[in-house]
Design a protein around this ligand. Sequence first.
Ligand code: ZN
Length: 411
Amino acid sequence: MQISEKQLAQVNDRIQALLKADSFYGKKLREAGITEVRTAEEFLKLPFSEKNDLREAYPLGLMTAPEEEIVRIHSSSGTTGTPVIIPYTQKDVDDWATMFARCYEVAGITKKDRIHITPGYGLWTAGIGFQLGCEKLGAMAIPMGPGNTDKQLEMMQSLGSTVLCSTSSYALLLTEEIEKRGIKDQIKLKKGVIGSERWSEKMRTRIAEGLGIELYDIYGLTEIYGPGIGINCEHNTGMHIWDDFIYLEIIDPKTGDPVPDGEFGEIVITTLVKEGAPLIRYRTHDLCRIIPGECPCGRHYPRIDVIQGRTDDMMKIKGVNVFPKQIEEVLAQFPEISSEYQIRISHLDGKDTMRIYVETNGHVNFDDLSHRIAEKVKSRIGFTPIVKVVEIGVLPRSMKKTARVIDERYD
Ligand code: ZN
């Protein structure tokens, strides 16, 4: 998907703003000898930006608009050291709300909906993004934030929430709680808007059927506004991306070259109109692909597939490249196991070992199931894992993104 003339002009405009502000990236561009971008070929020569670089700009090095125009900052989770701070102008906040409201509209959500928002509010962009879009659309926001499942379910019943916004793990937890308490007939949910976490088809079906709702995947990341830069439509053929605000490329994570539409690689995003902290060719490390062709809905926004994982998730085990998604697809063929699983990799006596933990109930022969799964995984990835079967409920459920792969080799 080549960059359009209009998008090129917008990128050039952002480059001029960065150079003029002499912000963190303005300096980088100047040092790289870049003064403008006029052609698609020139665009592909622009240097990438990376999360690690953004950390070096802490606290406000990314600020590209004058300080009096900055109305807010957000920060991405600093689990690995220095956080990244992203400044927003009023226009950035408004643009984000416009994109998010568009997401809700594409999902068929209207002013008459009551939107139950469970992602967290605060420094990170989740809850507040869902809220902005809801208010812009004119629907009723129920700003719950995460946690306190009793209160969530009580409010959901009293207020008749019609839309659930959450992570897939938390949606699953709520599904299980609603079933356990036998209150499904008192829940009015019709739709779920689920944050861009990698999740299996099995988990999706479990939540959709358990709650009796339609599910929509929303994409986004704090460095680029936050959630709301794309969502799937009613045809469920991938997420439409708002290319009037961002330009999205897919590159080979090893070489940095663009890959043809339809092939998997890393998502790279350029902001086209952002003022507070424009980013040029930002590497997201999300693995995905562009879906070629037109969507039956007739919308011309380009589409991307479900996020397949992180480029950093690519595991080399016994010399073989393995993606968690491959294991997930094998597990999905076993109806007797739950949608939760965990993969642990360690190094013992000079050899890599992989253990896969799955859950089932007591009516299943654990040994037989473990053999059958191990065989199927071997035929998919080329070596035999150790499969451990445990009771349903034993594996951790979390409200945040559940860590399903634990690599103990480098601890
Ligand atoms: Zn569509």
